[in-house]
Design a protein around this ligand. Structure first.
Ligand SMILES: [Zn+2]
Length: 266
């Protein structure tokens, strides 16, 4: 298999044309003609993940977050990002990003998150594309039976990989919940959409004090704020299965390295 063959399969599942206009997705470094035998999937293009790729002998790292979101004029090894590019090229390791094109895909990042926290049955986008009701940001789904916010929060925490701060909850823990909206990564731009959708609870990451406080004061759905990395990590298995189910003969591995920005809570 060449890098081109692998990218073709990834882009069939996560078309780059569906990425947001501000985003930067696709091949960051690597020769399209190079052979690919081992593919590591990770959320963040950081030094620990590059080291994991070298230790395992990966030829390609597929990440969710862009290395250079806003472009650059230098990849000199005097910055962490430049050093990462040097390390990867020196060892013939390619780097590929599927970001907002993976968020809006079906199945995408939020489908994997929804399943990880226990939603069953059909999932629909929280904010569908006007031209495609089955693709878009976030997902809405149902719990198999009505429970309380406290029970659901415990279940969500158990279903997501462990991070230093776990999850935070805003709302009455005894509140009944059955219909849930989720959005992997920073989802506070979707707060109003979640309220309009009439869900009982909205689970996302990177929620800030003022929007969250006002949202809860106004009687909006309860909120669950998880670690950003943890909400996107469940998608890695789904992305790896894109390759394993497509007939591409590569070995895949999902990185278990916790790359959430927060490393300790007190
Ligand atoms: Zn993210």
């Amino acid at each position: 298999m060449t890098l081109t063959d692998v990218i073709e399969k990834l882009e069939a599942a996560y078309p780059p044309a569906r990425a947001e206009s501000w985003d930067s997705v696709g091949l960051v470094c690597g020769d399209p003609a190079q052979p690919v035998r081992r593919v590591l999937f990770a959320v963040d293009p950081v030094a620990a993940v590059a080291q994991e790729a070298l230790d395992w002998g990966a030829d390609l790292i597929v990440v969710h977050h862009p290395l250079y979101l806003r472009g650059t004029t230098s990849v000199a090894a005097n910055t962490p990002k430049g050093r990462l590019v040097h390390t990867l090229i020196k060892h013939d390791v390619a780097l590929y990003t599927a970001h907002t094109n993976a968020d809006v895909a079906n199945p995408g990042v939020s489908d994997a998150l929804a399943r990880a926290v226990g939603l069953t049955g059909d999932l629909v986008p929280l904010q569908p594309f006007p031209d495609d009701p089955w693709r878009g940001l976030g997902r809405i789904g149902d719990l198999p039976s009505r429970t309380t916010l406290g029970e659901f929060a415990a279940q969500a925490a158990a279903g997501l990989p462990r991070t230093s701060w776990g999850i935070r909850v805003a709302g009455d823990l005894a509140r009944p919940v059955s219909r849930v909206a989720v959005s992997g990564g920073a989802g506070d731009s979707l707060l109003g959409t979640a309220r309009a959708a009439g869900v009982d609870v909205f689970l996302t990451a990177d929620l800030r004090h003022h929007p969250s406080s006002e949202f809860v004061e106004e009687g909006g759905p309860a909120l669950i704020d998880a670690a950003h990395w943890a909400t996107e990590w469940p998608w890695l298995d789904s992305a790896a299965s894109v390759l394993s189910s497509s007939g591409v003969t590569v070995e895949t591995r999902v990185s278990a390295t916790v790359t959430d920005a927060w490393t300790r809570g007190y």
